[in-house]
Design a binder for this molecule. Structure first.
Ligand code: IMP
Length: 428
C-alpha cells in the first residue's frame, strides 16, 4: 500500500511544503491533485528559497517524478514561468521529471477576468479569492465546456477552443456591464506555452496506477486545506476544488486500496487569508505578534498574493473535524518556534453557539459566525526551541502543548517543525 496523502488540516498555508520536502525523500512520484496556482508552497533548501505554485514541492528531490493530476486547473503561462524560474536557479525540469495529466483543465484569461469580476460584484461579501481564475475554471469544467490540457498537443485546435472560450467569457463580462476581453487576448502566448508543455503531457492515470501496482511510492501533495474544501470547508468561503484526502483519489484516479498513510499538516496556531469565519481570530497585539512583520519569508503574509494573514489561537474543534474528514493517520505540527515567549497559550476545544456546546464545527455560516470558542489554557515557554531535534529537547510546556494537540484530534503527532530549515524538525 504505497500511497501517502498529505493534506492541510486548516485553512491552507500550514507549511505543507516543508512536510512534503521531508516525505518526498522516499517517494518515486509526487503528485498535485487539486487546485492550481492559487497555492503557494515555500521550501527553503540549501540556502535557496523556492516558491512553487503549480509544481509539486517534492519535485525538488532529484529522484522524484512530479505529476500534475487530472483534478487540477492549470494556467499554462504560469507553469512555463515556474519552469523557467527553476531553471534560472539551476533546477532543470525535463519531461522525464514532470507529467501533466491530459485530463487536467486549462485556466484561460477569461477565467481570470471573471474571477475578478465576480469578486467585485460581491462587494463586502467577496470571498477574497486569489484571483487566479480557479473558481470560473471549475465552473466551466462542471458545465462540461472546459478545455483539457490534452488539447494543447494539437495547437490549432487548442487556439480555436481558446478563442471560443474567450468569446464566451467576453459575453459574460458584457452581461455584467464590464469591458470585454481584448480580441485574441493572449492566444499567441498560450499557443507558445502549449508547444513548450506538450512534451510533458501524459496519461497520468495509467502512469500512477502502474507505479502503484509495482509498489512505487506515491506522495499525493494536497494544496489549500480542509477548511477551504468545496464540500467540507466553511462554504461559501472556500476554494472550488476537493482539497481533502478524498480529492487525492478522484483528482489522481486511483483507488483507496493503495492508501497507507494520510498525513495532516497543522500550524501550531490558526491563520486564514481571505474572508470567512475564523472563530479563534486574535485582533491587536497578540494577532500581530503571531503574524510577524513581513520581513521574514516565514511571516504570515500570503505566498501567492502577499496579503497579511488573519491569525488566532489554535482551533482544536477544526482540527478534530479535519482528522475525521480526512481519516488522518498522523499529524505534523509546524511553526512551534513562533509560540516561544508567550506567557499563556490557548487552544479551542469546543464552541458555544447560543448556549449549545459543539465539539465539531457547525455547518452553517450563521452558526459558525456566532461560535464562541471554549478555550483550554497552557503555560508558555521562553527557551529557544529552534535547535531541538528530539522531543525531549523541547521545554516541558512545549511538549505538553504538542501532546494535547494530538489528544484533541485523537491523532498521533509524528513531527514538529521548529524553524524554516530542512533539518529543523523534531521527530516523535
Ligand atoms: P480561490 O482558490 O482563489 O478561488 O480562493 C478561495 C479562497 O481560498 C480564498 O479565501 C483564498 O484566500 C483561499 N485560498 C486559495 N488558495 C489558498 C492557499 O494556497 N492558501 C491559503 N488560502 C488559499
Amino acid at each position: 500500500m504505497p500511497a501517502t496523502i498529505l493534506v492541510g488540516a486548516q485553512w491552507g498555508d500550514e507549511g505543507k511544503g516543508r512536510a512534503v520536502d521531508w516525505l518526498a525523500s522516499s517517494a518515486n512520484i509526487v503528485a498535485r491533485y487539486s487546485g492550481g496556482d492559487n497555492a503557494g508552497h515555500t521550501v527553503f533548501v540549501r540556502n535557496q528559497l523556492f516558491k512553487l505554485h503549480l509544481l509539486p514541492s517534492g519535485i525538488l528531490h532529484q529522484q522524484t517524478l512530479g505529476l500534475l493530476g487530472s483534478g487540477m486547473v492549470i494556467n499554462p503561462l504560469r507553469l512555463v514561468e515556474e519552469l523557467d524560474q527553476l531553471a534560472g536557479m539551476g533546477v532543470h525540469i525535463t519531461p522525464e521529471r514532470l507529467a501533466i495529466s491530459t485530463r487536467a483543465h486549462i485556466i484561460t484569461p477569461a477565467h481570470i477576468a471573471l474571477d475578478g469580476a465576480s469578486e467585485k460584484a460581491l462587494g463586502s461579501q467577496a470571498i477574497g479569492t486569489t484571483q487566479r481564475g480557479i473558481g470560473p475554471a471549475y465552473i466551466d469544467k462542471a458545465s462540461r465546456r472546459g478545455i483539457r490540457a490534452g488539447e494543447m498537443a494539437d495547437v490549432e485546435n487548442f487556439a480555436e477552443a481558446l478563442e471560443a472560450a474567450l468569446e464566451r467569457g467576453s459575453r459574460a463580462l458584457k452581461n455584467m456591464a464590464l469591458e470585454p476581453l481584448p480580441a485574441h487576448a493572449q492566444v499567441a502566448a498560450y499557443v507558445h506555452a502549449a508547444k513548450r508543455l506538450s512534451p510533458y503531457l501524459r496519461d497520468t492515470v495509467q502512469l500512477i496506477n502502474e507505479a502503484l501496482s509495482r509498489g512505487g511510492q506515491v506522495l499525493c501533495e494536497g494544496a489549500q486545506g480542509t477548511l477551504l474544501d468545496l464540500d467540507h470547508g466553511s462554504y461559501p468561503f472556500v476554494t472550488s476544488s476537493s482539497a481533502t484526502a478524498g480529492g487525492a483519489l478522484t483528482g489522481l484516479g486511483f483507488g483507496p486500496k493503495y492508501v497507507e498513510r494520510v498525513v495532516g499538516v497543522a500550524k501550531a496556531f490558526s491563520t486564514r487569508v481571505g474572508g470567512g469565519p475564523l472563530p479563534t481570530e486574535l485582533s491587536g497585539a497578540l494577532g500581530d505578534r503571531l503574524r510577524g512583520t513581513g520581513e521574514n519569508f516565514w511571516d504570515e503574509f500570503g505566498t501567492t498574493t502577499g496579503r497579511p494573514r488573519r491569525c488566532g489561537w489554535l482551533d482544536g474543534v477544526m482540527l478534530r473535524y479535519a482528522a475525521a474528514v480526512n481519516g488522518l493517520t498522523e499529524l505534523i505540527v509546524t511553526k512551534l518556534d513562533i509560540l516561544t515567549g508567550f506567557d499563556e497559550l490557548k487552544i479551542a476545544v469546543g464552541y458555544k453557539v447560543g448556549g449549545q456546546r459543539y465539539d465539531y464545527p457547525p455547518a452553517t455560516l450563521a452558526e459558525l459566525e456566532h461560535a464562541q470558542p471554549v478555550y483550554e489554557s497552557f503555560s508558555g515557554w521562553r527557551d529557544d526551541v529552534r535547535r531541538a531535534r528530539d522531543f525531549g529537547d523541547l521545554p516541558r510546556a512545549a511538549r505538553d502543548y504538542v501532546r494535547r494537540i494530538g489528544e484533541i484530534c485523537a491523532t498521533p503527532v509524528r513531527a514538529v517543525s521548529v524553524g524554516p530549515e530542512r533539518e529543523q524538525l523534531v521527530l516523535l
